[in-house]
Design a protein around this ligand. Sequence first.
Ligand code: NDP
Length: 291
Amino acid sequence: STKQSVTVIGLGPMGQAMATAFLDRGYAVTLWNRTASRADALVARGAVLAPSVEKALAANEVVILSLTDYSAMYDVLKPAATALTGRVLVNLSSDTPEQARAAARWATQRGAVHLTGGVTVPPSGIGQPESSTFYSGPREAFEKHRTVLEVVTGRTDYRGEDPGLAALFYQIGMIMLWTPMVSFWQMIALAHANGLAAADILQHATDTANSLPGFFTFYAERIDAGNHLGDVDRLAMGMASIEHVLHTNADSGVDTSLPAAVADLFRRGMDAGHAADSFSSLVELMKKTAA
Ligand code: NDP
């Protein structure tokens, strides 16, 4: 038969959505998951639950991994490592660039190919044409299996041979997810403490978020040029502003750890002599902290 086939290991919300997308496209799908019952609905749709990790690996050249992290991958694959020869591991689990590089070495030593993937959408975006995933690792394997990868997300964004790159781009993006989402929770906590519903601030939150790309574009060019001129904003203004935010939250009795962390960063920028510079000068401070 010419039917295409794939193995999916890991059936959390993401792995389930991926297996579903493959079934929707007519693929023969082999599954394995630590908790076998999570495969039930997929088996009812025609997927095959492998009785062991070895059998799941043996079933197909392309093996999609969708696990919590890379440590879970070792837990799953180490006992079956001899079955890895000739497999292409498409690792769509989140972890650090360093973990991705180590896993690529580990897989290569066992005769497998490791492609790192960073999926940028939640389960609802899996199988959608406009959704995108970062990939890095051997270009040859990426090109060869591209049609399979395009089932997971319609767009594939290959970043290079370094297995850490896809993880790096993914983690860079996640800063822009977790911090703003927690900012939204903060907005709601503050709203609730003042008798407002989340629905009452939704439009305001959305409008504010939509204004951010304009700031990104404006500051990115200046920052890359090393320009932190205080011509449109000054850190001293930012310091006063974030303290208003901090005190409003404190006065309302809600958690202040998020605005306090921002205020602390601003304060350190002030102490470093950036009061009259743009608050973009904080980037220099943050780079130094990392070094
Ligand atoms: P989950 O953490 O819910 O999925 C966990 C999967 O990993 C399950 O199959 C679980 O098995 C398995 N697992 C975890 N630890 C172990 C272990 N020690 N041994 C064996 N199996 C283990 O994650 P999601 O499905 O939500 O996401 C999968 C990956 O995709 C994660 O890395 C996540 O960061 C990333 N991601 C998630 C998004 C989302 O919106 N959910 C969006 C983009 C990326 P069991 O069923 O037995 O518990």
